[in-house]
Design a protein around this ligand. Structure first.
Ligand code: SIN
Length: 487
């Protein structure tokens, strides 16, 4: 079958796989940078899928918790739409064979995570992402309409009259060009741009750079979520110690063994991350005391800690914040279509309006599932024309190792104008050649422009939330007019 004229999905995490599956029976091409399922953030998710399925829960409560965490920047209609699809997402995965934890009577065992007012985390012990990916990958392998292209890295989106017309990619066998008027970016997040991250190191915002270079708008790029409990053991990336461990009773303690969160151990992630960062800034250390937690509830986490010589059953676990999730991304409308016609985005790569300034834990696997389906529904109604692929104009992105240092120094939990200006100055000369540098530049520029503190974006020089800035930010390459990047 010729790939020309097929929708092309770039990225093999949960969102990309859902988009591909839900497009059935329409032929679709799925591009994965490695082997299918290798090192995706979806597969590493420990917590679970947030869904209002408990007897004491409802959509209004889940919506309210999401809006509160989002600190004024969520799109309420998007929040409701995604949350109301929660039971469908759980049912879809269960039908595919996902083995979620259940009580003896067969009802779902629901976990608790930060800033959720109810137990609503559907999980498979502490390896929910792996279970979700297992069933999605099986389904994709069994689906005849999906052509999987592994080890295929998208390098450029060709655009004619603000409309996608081709996807160019690099493969071990050489360059590949697919003429299509439908492309879907599902490349995940940006944690790999930071020196301390819980994400796979390949999560460097490739899809955001592709979209930006194609002329698309990006939204809320300044909002990076730092997880407060990455295992501090010298590994890169840092293993996560799920918030669900605190949901089962673990608490923060400092060097002196004193609890310092005053009962707020399960406050919203931005609040907890700042508190932990403040301890380190004061030359203290932070540990998670999980000695009351049943090891069998978190076999993966306990095993990872023990492999590093730390036994959570008998000793405090050293933790520190690490870049974990990007609320910002490619600006999309209700169909998950970007400002470039025919260019769609879903999952973490998209800024849908669900998360606002701070994501509620475990809302992201839910978003991946639901936005994958939304993209498929929107694309199903379109023809994907193949009107010829113009030749590529770009070489593959150059690796710029300095980006991790710059992001960690200037785009961490606490930010200020001099640091952000320094970041912009260092990144600007690299951005034409390096996708990571371009994405970091867009983040730094957006962070500089937001002169307030809101959600996960904390400006030491603008510590207050300014009601006049309660709107999402938008940036694109023409907003970087002095970089020489805009064509
Ligand atoms: C966690 O398990 O703590 C992370 C869950 C999430 O990031 O949604």
């Amino acid at each position: 079958m010729s790939a020309h004229g097929c929708p092309v999905i770039i990225g093999g995490g949960a969102a990309g796989l859902m988009a591909a599956l839900c497009l059935a029976p329409r032929p679709v091409v799925l591009l994965c940078g490695g082997t299918l399922g290798f090192e995706t953030a979806s597969g590493w998710a420990q917590g679970g899928v947030a869904a209002a399925v408990g007897p004491d829960d409802d959509f209004a409560l889940h919506t309210q918790d999401t809006l509160s965490a989002g600190a004024g920047l969520c799109d309420a209609a998007v929040v409701r739409r995604i949350i109301e699809a929660g039971p469908w997402a759980i049912d879809f995965l269960t039908r595919l064979g996902a083995d979620f934890g259940r009580h003896a009577n067969g009802t779902l065992a629901l976990g608790l995570e930060a800033a959720h007012s109810r137990r609503r985390i559907v999980h498979a012990k502490d390896a929910t992402g792996a279970e979700v990916m297992r069933v999605l990958i099986n389904a994709v392998h069994a689906a005849e309409h999906i052509t999987i292209r592994e080890h295929t890295q998208a390098t450029e989106l060709a655009v004619r009259d603000n409309r996608v017309c081709a996807v160019h990619a690099a493969t071990p066998a050489g360059a590949l060009s697919i003429a299509t008027s439908c492309a879907v970016i599902a490349t995940g997040g940006i944690g790999g741009l930071f020196a301390h991250t819980t994400n796979p190191l390949g999560a460097t915002g490739t899809g955001l750079a592709l979209a930006a270079r194609a002329g698309a708008d990006l939204r809320d790029m300044e909002f990076v979520q730092f997880h407060p409990t990455a295992l501090s053991c010298g590994l890169d990336p840092m293993p996560l110690v799920s918030e669900a461990v605190r949901g089962e009773g673990a608490v923060f303690i400092d060097n002196a063994g004193t609890q310092f969160m005053n009962g707020g151990d399960l406050a919203a992630r931005d609040i907890v991350a700042r508190a932990v960062a403040a301890k380190y800034a004061a030359n203290d250390s932070v540990f998670l005391d999980a000695r009351r937690v049943l090891p069998e509830k978190f076999p993966g986490i306990f095993a990872t800690c023990r492999a590093q010589g730390i036994d959570p059953a008998t000793q405090p676990v050293p933790v520190r914040p690490a870049a974990h999730y990007h609320m910002g991304g490619i600006a999309v409308n209700a169909d998950c279509e970007s400002s470039v016609a025919g260019l769609f985005a879903c999952g973490e790569a998209a800024a849908t309006g669900l998360h606002g300034a701070n994501r509620l834990a475990s809302n992201s696997l839910l978003e991946a599932m639901v936005t994958g389906r939304i993209v498929a529904q929107a694309v199903s109604g379109r023809t994907a024309e193949a009107t010829g692929a113009p030749p590529p104009t770009r070489q593959a992105s150059r690796h710029a190792p300095v980006v991790r240092e710059v992001c960690s120094q200037s785009l961490g939990i606490y930010r200020n104008a001099p640091e952000l200006e320094a970041a912009v100055a260092r990144l600007r000369p690299l951005a034409a050649q390096s996708d990571g540098a371009l994405v970091a530049l867009l983040m730094a520029q957006s962070a500089l422009r937001r002169r307030e503190s809101r959600g996960a974006h904390t400006r030491a020089d603008f510590p207050h939330t300014d009601p006049a800035q309660a709107t999402s930010s938008t940036i694109n390459l023409s907003g970087l007019a002095d970089t020489g990047l805009n064509a």
